[in-house]
Design a protein around this ligand. Structure first.
Ligand code: BT5
Length: 253
């Protein structure tokens, strides 16, 4: 697969036919590459999700890539926005192919309630670098997808979308949204990022159940996303700001 458009959009670009994880590879190479270097692959044998979960996709069926960022924000809250920034960049890119995606906090892009894309932001040990990795399901049939809750752009549009064109748009959107966030010193409100995200949020305004990494749970109304990218939940007894957890959208009865 040729990635001509994508290589023009990034400051440096490599596509590997196969690797373990583009996030792992780019973190290992963090000191050797420039900001906005992109590593893409046609197949991952150990694709990572959050909390040791897996990202799985058949060879050549999806966009899988990671981009290197070196955030130096005066407002430390900006770091907490990076996976949401990635989700917004993907949402805008996908919308240009005629679908209506939404962002599910903290790192999913959904079309009609099904997951078409997942984002994983990982920092280097010295915190100088953040690698923003993303998988976008492009050409899979339902049988080729790893879980029932997943969908692909092919299933949603009936069209085979060019992966280079899609990845180039995502890279351009990430660089542009990140430029605004950096110019606002990491303040997502001043950068217009918070407003743009709220406009396509599938989560804010919903009754949700949140499962925390320690397996405890909270149920309430998702009210807002705060300056650190945390989900603000109103439960029957308190207001919680959640920085990590899995959200289940509850149907209103
Ligand atoms: C994510 O984690 O959604 C983040 C996925 C990030 C993947 C990219 S690919 C390029 C880069 N390199 C990496 O190694 N990773 C990044 P999480 O929210 O934890 O969701 C993981 C869950 O999504 C799994 O447990 C499955 O239930 C589901 N899943 C796995 N593969 C999927 C797929 N192709 N489409 C939709 N859902 C999937």
């Amino acid at each position: 697969m040729e990635y001509l458009l994508s290589s023009q959009a990034a400051s440096g670009f490599e596509n590997l036919r196969e690797t373990g994880s583009t996030n792992r590879d780019l973190l290992e190479r963090a000191l050797a590459v420039e900001e906005f270097h992109v590593l893409a692959t046609d197949f991952q044998t150990a694709g990572r999700g959050r909390l040791d979960r897996r990202w799985e996709a058949e060879p050549g069926s999806s966009v899988m890539a990671s981009i290197l960022l070196r955030p130096k924000f005066a407002d430390a809250g900006g770091i907490g926005w990076l996976s949401l920034l990635g989700a917004l960049a993907i949402t805008k890119a996908i919308a240009s192919f005629g679908v209506s995606p939404k962002v599910k906090w903290p790192n999913d892009v959904l079309i009609e309630g099904k997951k078409v894309s997942g984002i994983l932001a990982e920092a280097s040990a010295d915190l100088s670098t953040v690698v923003l990795g993303f998988g976008i399901n492009v050409s899979q049939s339902q049988l080729e997808l790893p879980v029932e809750t997943a969908t692909s752009l092919y299933l949603q549009t009936g069209k085979q979308i060019n992966r280079d064109e899609l990845l180039a748009k995502v890279i351009q959107n990430i660089i542009s949204l990140y430029g605004n966030l950096a110019a606002s010193e990491g303040n997502a409100e001043a950068a217009g990022l918070r407003q743009a995200l709220l406009e396509c949020s599938a989560t804010v305004g919903q009754q949700v159940s949140v499962e925390f990494p320690d397996n405890s749970k909270a149920v309430g109304l998702a009210k807002d996303i705060d300056s650190g990218g945390r989900l603000v939940i109103q439960t029957s007894s308190e207001t919680l700001s959640v920085s990590a957890g899995d959200v289940l959208h509850l149907r209103s009865s």
